[in-house]
Design a protein around this ligand. Structure first.
Ligand SMILES: [Zn+2]
Ligand SMILES: [Zn+2]
Length: 539
């Protein structure tokens, strides 16, 4: 690691510590310790662990020019804001300006800073991209007098990619004359600061920093153009090759996507699968080799959430109410375990109290069943951090790695394989530890881990936190080939985190998952039977 990289890493370490409320003397001491570690190994275990503790949305706020860690801490404490979207809203509606030592000027700078971030970063996380492009879609669909018939999201957002470069929309209008009027109205749309047009497509730049490519099309060409704007480029190229081979002219009318796929002898391919990964072969003929992808309505259980017994903000009763309202049959509460001091993990002596509370909620509330889970730390030697007697008291156990990310691949693989020997382990949580655009996955031989998961009947998580989306969708498909059952884990720390599930579901679909491959499509009894199968077998 060169000097400048060390400097930047130490700055980041300091910022995280300030956000956590550490004193200046402690910040200096931690920086001092980290410096020698960085020079020796190029990695700081303190920073790795801080990334587990600081909500990722706050880490994103730290990148806003001129905001600084002390202010981020203030925003989090006083407004309970944990995401860029919430911050942008607060900067717009006066809440930010009203904070002590903030004022209108700071609020305005925050808005500009977020805009700057959007312009400067070519890549953003799925949920940010979806929010941005959907706001533009709604604005364009509502443009009066513009002759817009329909506006649809396309591009990598529609394909549910985990990280998004460009934002794409398709706008449908009547005939060529209507197009000129539409382009004029787009230029005058609220917030648009710049419009650059090419034939058939315009680039809109907004004051918010958002840049969106809008493909303009007519009803007759909509099917083809939506496919083209959705991509991937390799999927589209394969369709074009097929059209040439079959002598199908793509200048014919294709008013919707199925009509084009049909002309090519294919079933309609769900956008998540359009990655040139065998989907055309599966769609050929009757298309019956395409998966019946898992859908929101298939999920019966809400898994992996933190309550106020660890670093969540929600009570057990509130989780039960929120999950029932969202239509789930059961919810698996999984607070952090005792060694997770960073996240206020559940001390052994508090387990009984939490379980009494869950029993009381189950007795009082109908229409939802609360399960006693835990997210136990997998320690460096591969043991889970509660003993078997404590683990026995839980309905199910997720095991996750939250420390010592810098191990060699051989050590890390051995660590996780050892954890899988514990018959309590039902689900391997966020199996690579990646934080998208922030932290690389740790070194681990996933093939070995997945093979063992299949052999032992341990589920592997698709962690639905949009900052993680771990297991990666490419490996989700591989896991399924190996016979692994996957679970979709919200990893929610507040009820607003329930929206994670939709993002994780996109990744599950992108990994070709069908309902029977997803653990939380089962009812509570079947889920518990899966989770406790090895305990029953070993007596
Ligand atoms: Zn975790
Ligand atoms: Zn968690």
């Amino acid at each position: 690691m060169d000097k400048q990289a060390v400097r930047q890493t130490l700055d980041q370490l300091a910022a995280f510590l300030v956000v956590k409320g550490e004193k200046a003397s402690r910040v200096r001491a931690m920086q001092h310790a980290a410096r020698s570690e960085l020079l020796a190994t190029g990695r700081s275990s303190a920073l790795d662990e801080l990334r587990e503790q600081v909500p990722p949305g706050l880490a994103e706020m730290l990148r806003i020019p001129g905001l600084g860690a002390a202010k981020v801490r203030q925003i989090h404490e006083l407004l309970a804001i944990e995401s860029l979207a919430e911050l942008e809203a607060a900067a717009g509606d006066g809440r930010l300006a009203a904070l002590p030592r903030f004022g209108a000027k700071t609020a305005e700078n925050v808005r500009r800073g977020i805009a700057h971030l959007r312009q400067a970063s070519t890549l953003r996380l799925f949920h940010h991209a979806q929010d941005e492009v959907d706001a533009v879609r709604r604005a364009l669909a509502g443009l009066e007098g513009a002759g817009v018939l329909r506006v649809e999201i396309a591009g990598a957002v529609r394909r549910r990619c985990e990280v998004i470069g460009a934002l794409d929309l398709v706008a449908v209008h009547e005939g060529q004359a209507a197009r000129e009027a539409l382009v004029r109205r787009l230029g005058e749309a609220p917030g648009v600061t710049e419009i650059a047009g090419r034939e058939g497509s315009v680039t809109l730049r907004f004051a918010s920093g958002t840049v969106v490519e809008v493909l303009l099309t007519t009803p007759e060409r909509f099917g083809l153009d939506w496919i083209r704007a959705t991509g991937s480029p390799t999927h589209v190229a394969a369709l074009e090759t097929r059209a040439r081979a079959l002598g199908v002219s793509l200048s014919a009318a294709f008013p919707d996507e199925p009509s084009l796929y049909r002309a090519l002898g294919l079933a309609w391919v769900p956008p998540e699968l359009r990655e040139a990964n065998g989907e055309l072969e599966a769609a050929a003929g009757a298309g019956d080799r395409l998966p019946r992808l898992v859908e929101p309505g298939d999920l019966r259980g809400f898994l992996h959430c933190h309550s106020n017994y660890s670093d969540g903000t929600v009570t057990i009763a509130d989780w039960a109410a929120a999950c029932r309202a969202a239509g789930y049959e059961w919810v698996g509460i999984t607070d952090h375990s005792k060694s997770a001091a960073y996240a206020g993990g559940l001390a052994t002596e508090d387990v009984a109290q939490q379980h009494d509370e869950i029993d009381a909620v189950n007795a009082r509330v109908s229409g939802i069943r609360v399960l006693k889970g835990v997210e136990a730390d997998i320690l460096a030697d591969g043991t889970l951090d509660y003993g078997p007697d404590v683990l026995d008291r839980f309905d199910f156990v997720i095991g996750s790695i939250h420390s010592r990310f810098g191990m060699s691949e051989a050590e890390m693989t051995r660590r996780v394989l050892a954890a899988m020997d514990d018959p309590h382990l039902a689900i391997l949580g966020h199996p690579t530890g990646r934080l998208l655009l922030q932290r690389e996955p740790y070194a681990i031989d996933l093939e070995q881990v997945l093979a063992k998961a299949a052999a032992r009947g341990i589920a592997v998580e698709v962690n639905a936190d949009p900052h993680r989306l771990d297991l990666d969708w490419r490996m989700v498909r591989r896991a399924r080939e190996l016979g692994v059952t996957l679970s979709i884990g919200a990893d929610a720390h507040s009820t607003s985190g329930m929206t994670n599930v939709a993002v994780g579901l996109g990744i599950a679909r992108k990994g070709w998952l069908e309902p029977d491959g997803v653990l939380n499509t089962r009812d509570a009894d079947a889920f518990l039977a899966f989770a406790r199968a090895r305990l029953v077998a070993t007596g």
